[in-house]
Design a protein around this ligand. Structure first.
Ligand code: SF4
Length: 385
């Protein structure tokens, strides 16, 4: 008997243009076919053999791509379609916890990723009325030069305005994404970006280091020598500066890239790190049932064609071995502030991390500090599992 699934992810692939650093599975569209896309998502759900494991949902997460491109009516229509297909939201069967009163910590956490230019008053009100209670804003930087270099489709002013509109509409759970380790040539002040983000007073921040993927515009600029990656030392300094500034401002640094005000941690992402089952719908979406993983066809058209033909749009599956499960559990526990319980030679190794100032240890429970998270892969790789 498989475990119940209480977390749902929907991948919405549409974007206005490709950001210079992005290698996600996206579909660039001027006009987004929201109704057709929702029909395909519901079509996939109805054909999924693991649909029966869906229990009352604790979290729903619309990621992408740019889910806000669906607009107010598009997101509302998709949520209504999921409910009509039998998906139950909230803590009690038949008592969906949707609506303005549904805040983080009580009912289902319903998050959509939003680009600032899409956050109009009309859209915010429609999302809130439909049950969305958490917005994750793709701000990345407040520097005009950095935003242009990143190929972002919004300005710093639009990021400020998006937060104002969201608050005015009644959203009380906002997250802001920022990117550090941008090449020095861009002349972006990380310090200024942290100040601007703190002043907007979000409940949550996700802070990612810029990575250079070969197939992206940035990867190509770098390959031909037109761009120089940030140095490791400077990237580490910016990571630690982010930790210092944000924890001083009252945020808990609860996972390598994640900061939250008390009680405002992402319940959806925390479920991934706890390795509990989740179901993913949409092109390229991953699912995990507690023992195996599956992932969908990545290309939008091929995914849609499979669904329309009544075929499961799965691209691959992986049955995890006991060793893989143990290694993954260890890695995820150490990347979050929950930490991992270690013994034997692993605990001896971890005590050397404590001596170096990279971790804390109490009765075998090892938690990495920010300095340890900088070295996460190397530290985990040195353990015996
Ligand atoms: S908005 Fe997000 S998903 Fe879309 S291209 Fe930019 S980084 Fe990629």
């Amino acid at each position: 008997m498989s475990d119940p699934i209480r977390h749902l992810y929907v991948h919405v692939p549409f974007c206005g243009r490709r950001c210079s650093y992005c290698d996600f599975s996206i579909a660039v569209r001027k006009e987004v076919p929201a109704t057709e896309f929702s029909t395909s998502v519901i079509g996939e759900l109805k054909r999924r053999s693991d649909r029966g494991q869906l229990a009352n949902l604790e979290t729903v997460y619309f990621g992408g791509g740019t889910p806000s491109k669906l607009g107010g009516a598009g997101v509302a229509g998709l949520l209504a379609g999921l409910r009509a297909a039998g998906v139950v939201f909230g803590e009690g069967a038949g008592t969906p916890a949707f609506g303005v009163g549904s805040i983080a910590g009580s009912g289902t956490e319903v998050t959509i990723e939003v680009n600032p230019e899409d956050l109009t008053q009309e859209a915010a009100e429609a999302w809130l009325a439909a049950g969305v209670n958490r917005l994750s804003l793709g701000v990345q930087s407040f520097s005009p030069e950095a935003l242009t270099w990143m190929h972002r489709t919004h300005s710093a002013g639009q990021a400020h305005e998006a937060v104002r509109v969201a608050r005015a509409a009644g959203f009380s759970n906002l997250s802001i994404d920022l990117i550090y380790a941008v090449p020095s040539r861009v002349h972006r002040s990380w310090d200024d970006d942290l100040t601007a983000a703190i002043e907007l007073n979000p409940e949550h921040l996700s802070v990612y280091g810029l990575t250079i993927e070969p197939r992206t515009p940035l990867g190509k600029w770098t390959a031909r020598g037109a761009e120089l990656p940030q140095t490791d030392d400077r990237a580490a300094d910016e990571f630690l500066e982010g930790h210092e500034r944000l924890t001083s401002a009252g945020f808990e640094h609860y996972e390598v890239s994640s900061y939250a005000k008390p009680g405002r941690r992402s319940r959806h992402n925390s479920a991934y790190w706890r390795r509990v089952p989740y179901l993913g719908l949409g092109p390229s979406a991953h699912s995990y049932d507690g023992q195996s993983r599956r992932w969908n066809i990545a290309a939008l058209a091929a995914w849609e064609q499979a669904v329309a033909a009544g075929v499961d749009p799965v691209a691959g599956t992986e049955q995890l071995t006991a060793e893989q499960n143990a290694a993954e559990e260890l890695y995820l526990a150490l990347r979050a502030d929950t930490g991992a319980r270690l013994s034997g030679a692993d605990l001896v190794a971890a005590r050397s991390w404590v001596a170096a100032g990279w971790a804390t240890e109490e009765s075998g429970l090892v938690r990495l500090r920010a300095e340890g998270w900088l070295r996460l892969d190397a530290l985990v790789g040195a353990l015996s599992r």
